[in-house]
Design a protein around this ligand. Sequence first.
Ligand code: ADP
Ligand code: MG
Length: 421
Amino acid sequence: MSLTEIDLHQQLKKYFGFSQFKGLQEQVITSIVKGKDTFVVMPTGGGKSLCYQLPALIADGTAIVVSPLIALMKNQVDAIRGISSQHGVAHVLNSSLNKTEVRQVKEDISNGITKLLYVAPESLTKEDYVEFLRGQTISFLAIDEAHCISEWGHDFRPEYRNLRHIIKRIGDNIPIIALTATATPKVQEDILKNLGITDAKTFKASFNRPNLYYEVRPKTKNVDADIIRFVKQNEGKSGIIYCLSRKKVEELAQTLQVNGISAVPYHAGLEAKTRSRHQDMFLMEDIDVVVATIAFGMGIDKPDVRFVIHHDIPKSIESYYQETGRAGRDGGEGHCLAFYSYKDIEKLEKFMSGKPVAEQEIGHALLQEIVAYAETSISRRKFILHYFGEEFDQETGEGAAMDDNMRYPKSHVEAKDEVAL
Ligand code: ADP
Ligand code: MG
């Protein structure tokens, strides 16, 4: 495949109907088409999927896409089938397939029809699959949600650790593209080290979300009343309220309902049917508020979520960023309000006490960072972006005034207090 022969814009239009690339997409795709190991760090919604889908569609052979969630894979395969009339152009290979189906997938790959093969990392540990793929033309291997490789990430999956070894067995010179929305330098280092990539072309987009307003309030025993007041002030708007425990989710959802707010609970302890009904109600705007544990969110793309409230502070800045990132996807208002009490940090520390020491140490370090975030008096946006290794000018940067510390500087209040003493 030679770049001079390919007009990427034309291919973009042909397959996806878009007339322009988003952000760094074109540079990323060019790098992949040239066969380079490529590392893509882009916030959620940045358009990472297209970075590997388009080159896969125009390359010879099959691109293997490693993805952690069956639901995410299915969505993508359906979407690809929607844009290509040819059956078999995208497949999922996983344990839910029967023998006939597996044979069909293999046949399509052998015949060069399949352009994208989605696999869960645990499927790649199957000897039979690895043996089969060894003999095929593989255009490249994409690792989506690559932060799952790192214990410092917010979603560590041990199966991701073996990928390097397996890729080597499938082929010696297969280009690798790793993609993640996790911006911490630590996780990024881990990903490249783990995959054994030494000279990746790296593309990193800014993680600044200038339309989000960040606020932290002290958590008192009146926190539920504070939340009710906030939600009532934002009547009719969509919002998510995160709580640490399922019990609190249930309680708070009920308290909101009693107070005339249309809210439903969402957590992994609910029946699958109830969960998906509640999710649909939120997406269809039959209700305004979802009270949820972190089980709610991955893959949810409601563009007009106007607020994300944290009843309990999450276990890392990374988690906080991902969870608040679900607000204001459409570029409109997004209020991110966290209630903070040091007691909750002690609770989180206690949860970890049964875990292996190394894990506890990581957990502790991450918690210290979220404490620093909650207690800081500098620009919260600057704090978050600094955590992600990004420079931000708190006076002139985009979204500079969009947090409580910048709008209502604490130092003045404290200074006055001191004088009064
Ligand atoms: P990510 O994986 O980075 O979170 P996705 O790949 O899910 O992001 O893409 C987010 C949205 O952006 C999708 O709805 C996708 O269709 C859209 N998108 C991607 N690339 C483009 C583009 N070049 N022009 C317009 N929309 C795009
Ligand atoms: Mg994605």
